[in-house]
Design a protein around this ligand. Structure first.
Ligand SMILES: [Zn+2]
Ligand SMILES: [Zn+2]
Length: 158
């Protein structure tokens, strides 16, 4: 008799462990499926791809005195013969390094006149990637899901 009740309580513990694992499994599965859907809906581009697009639209050139520009408005220093520069469609000219840093940190517009350098969707895709690195809410979601499951069980008992 004692052995049987021991066996039943053992079985009960095993069942609880099994269901807890099952719930965890489902939570992880739901999370990964939701994550996949989110990623496929939102296109992201890397820094390398972003810089390549900038290069395609505004190729790097060497500064010569013939160009109608004297100083870079980002670092406020004069151009020197042979400096690597980019000239935008609006004819504003900047050091290649200064402009690339600007275009990565801020919106993809000319620092002087705000003319668009890259299409909006490209910029949005790039900033989405940067934001993803800073913020990832998936683990918080899992904890929320588990705590709400626990809350429901407690309700049923009390
Ligand atoms: Zn500069
Ligand atoms: Zn400009």
């Amino acid at each position: 008799m004692g052995a049987l009740s021991k066996f039943i309580s053992h079985l009960y513990t095993l069942t609880i462990i099994f269901f807890t694992l099952l719930i965890l499994e489902i939570a992880i599965l739901v999370r990964s499926v939701a994550g996949l859907n989110l990623n496929s809906g939102k296109r992201v581009i890397t820094t390398t791809q972003y810089l390549k697009l900038i290069e395609q639209k505004n190729p790097t050139i060497c500064y010569t005195k013939k160009l109608n520009a004297t100083e870079c408005s980002v670092c406020l220093s004069d151009f020197e013969e042979g400096d690597k520069i980019r000239q935008l469609k609006c004819k504003h000219t900047f050091h290649q390094g200064c402009l690339d840093k600007w275009l990565q940190e801020y919106r993809a517009t000319c620092p002087l006149c705000r003319t668009k350098v890259l299409p909006d969707d490209v910029v949005a895709s790039y900033h989405r990637l940067r934001n993803q690195v800073q913020y990832d809410g998936s683990d918080a979601e899992l904890i929320f899901l588990l705590s709400s499951l626990q809350g429901n069980t407690l309700h049923r008992f009390f």
